[in-house]
Write a protein that binds this ligand. Structure first.
Ligand code: ADP
Length: 482
């Protein structure tokens, strides 16, 4: 039996701001329980819904020193079991009392230094000895660093290895060395350019990568891209140096939560055989709900996304006027930068029967859009894996994507000559290419509907569940523990 601990800052169903939460909440359930005891630890945010928090079981609490500034900080440990997985929650109201997981960068840095150290201090208390600590993104970056410094001689951790998964290289947890040294209590010698130092600051993600035994990221293409300066976010040199212990394992999606056959959120359930009727009914219900013109012959294009520059929204802005002809409707669900929120609100205000801008987070509405739209647009500047295109495929909503990262690996483009492919794609970060891909999709949709339907059916039958990827993680755990 191997003990694995996932360390992350978010996890469904407790707290979610993006795809990281889906992965951390789903992957642990996919391992063979007789071989792998996988548990998860996240912060006990006050914004976790009460229906869960009220059932958390108190385990223990103690006081921990945190760097040079604080000598005794409260660490509470709560536990909850769901679908056979044990979740631990690090309790500290000062750090995790806000109404969302992340806010002010300086405070986030301190919050996740505390979190990483608390994780290391908690494991001996709950007596869970991990063979592998599987860290996710910069918020867990200091865990491998602590393991190799302050906890190096602690017999409890003998034999423990670290794997680090990069879900998004853009976010790194960077602050000045003096502050991070004082808050973390880490020795001076880790703040050198071959370890945590990064252009004279300290970089928590970099520390995690340097001190981990193996690095993964969430698609093959992204694993290659991040070793190049354009996508490397300043860490491409380090990642090239770690090339021998770096690989991509593509994310899956939760085929139980995202299933048009059983989804209670949607108007009409459907399968890969009954999607024609099913999707048409969901489309009408969606149009009605959002105040769009109710017409099943309109081409409904969806964007479900954080509204940030990563997601290629500059291209959408450039092409939008020409995308919105009389046969097309656009449904947006997302929050993020004011400039993009304003852009979609403005279009919805000017063309309420054609454009619907839903500037909030709403899981149930997301399901209704996946079920009711014809296509989902993901024109990202970079995309480590991307889940929206996978969810789209599951619901028979054809993805239109830029060929980067996981989008490139998961969406085989339509080929009209041999009748293959499950979506549409374009290569360069260019608004006219985006428009070309959307127009091609519309042409197939309006002029050769049979072809379109066959493509929908192929997409719905493609397997992007976790089965294959979980096996790859299991193989990796085995090879590292050997
Ligand atoms: P990222 O992790 O970069 O945000 P992903 O494509 O990996 O992007 O994951 C996005 C996830 O968040 C998907 O499950 C998508 O459906 C969901 N999502 C994004 N914005 C919203 C929103 N406003 N309301 C509901 N779900 C959303």
């Amino acid at each position: 039996m191997k003990n694995i601990l996932f360390v992350a800052s978010e996890c469904v169903p407790f707290v979610k701001t993006g795809g990281l939460a889906d992965v951390v909440g789903t992957l642990p359930k996919k391992f063979d329980k007789s071989e792998y005891d996988v548990r998860v630890i996240i912060p006990n945010y006050r914004c976790i819904p009460d229906k869960y928090r009220n059932s958390f079981r108190y385990i223990h609490h103690f006081y921990m020193d945190l760097g040079q500034r604080f000598s005794s900080v409260h660490v509470g440990i709560m536990e909850y079991e769901l679908e056979g997985i044990k979740y631990y929650f690090v309790d500290n109201l000062f750090y995790f009392g806000g109404d969302r997981p992340y806010a002010d960068t300086r405070f986030d840095i301190e919050k996740f230094i505390y979190f990483s150290k608390a994780v290391m201090a908690i494991l001996p208390v709950i007596n869970f000895h991990p063979d592998i600590i599987h860290c996710h993104d910069w918020q867990a970056g200091l865990v491998p660093v602590y393991l190799h410094t302050l906890y190096k001689d602690n017999p409890f951790y003998y034999g423990t290895k670290c794997i680090f998964t990069i879900h998004n290289l853009r976010f790194q947890g960077i602050w000045d060395i003096k502050t991070i040294r004082a808050l973390s209590g880490l020795p001076d010698w880790v703040f050198t350019p071959d370890k945590l130092e990064f252009h004279e600051d300290a970089n928590m993600l970099k520390g995690g990568l340097v001190y981990s035994d193996y690095i993964t990221t969430v698609s093959d293409t992204y694993a290659g891209e991040i070793q190049m300066p354009y996508y490397g976010e300043g860490l491409d040199g380090l990642l090239r140096a770690r090339n021998g212990s770096l690989c991509g394992i593509v994310n899956g999606i939760d085929y139980t939560a995202y299933n048009p056959e059983t989804d209670e959120n949607i108007t009409k359930k459907y399968t890969s055989r009954s999607f024609k009727k099913g999707k048409a009914e969901n489309k009408k219900a969606l149009q009605q709900r959002l105040g769009l013109e109710v017409d099943e012959n309109k081409f409904v294009l969806a964007i479900i996304s954080r509204l940030t520059s990563q997601k290629g929204l500059d291209l959408v802005r450039y092409a939008l006027d020409r995308m919105l002809d009389d046969y097309t409707q656009l449904v947006v669900l997302g929050t993020g930068d004011g400039q993009y929120e304003g852009l979609f609100r403005d279009y919805a205000w000017r063309m309420p029967h054609k454009v619907s801008a839903n500037i909030y987070f709403d899981e149930a509405l997301a399901h209704n859009i996946y079920a009711g739209a014809d296509a989902v647009l993901v024109p990202s500047l970079f995309e480590p894996c991307g889940l929206t295109q996978l969810i789209g495929l599951r619901y028979g909503t054809v993805p239109i994507v830029r060929e980067t990262g996981g989008l490139k690996d998961t969406v085989e483009p339509y080929n009209e000559y041999d009748g293959t492919g499950i979506g549409f794609s374009f290569a360069n970060y260019n608004g006219d290419e985006l428009l070309g891909a959307v127009n091609y999709a519309k042409k197939v949709y309006f002029e050769t509907r049979k072809e379109w339907e066959q493509m929908v059916s192929r997409g719905m039958k493609t397997d992007y569940s976790w089965i294959n990827s979980a096996r790859k993680y299991a193989d990796l755990y085995d090879s590292i523990c050997r």
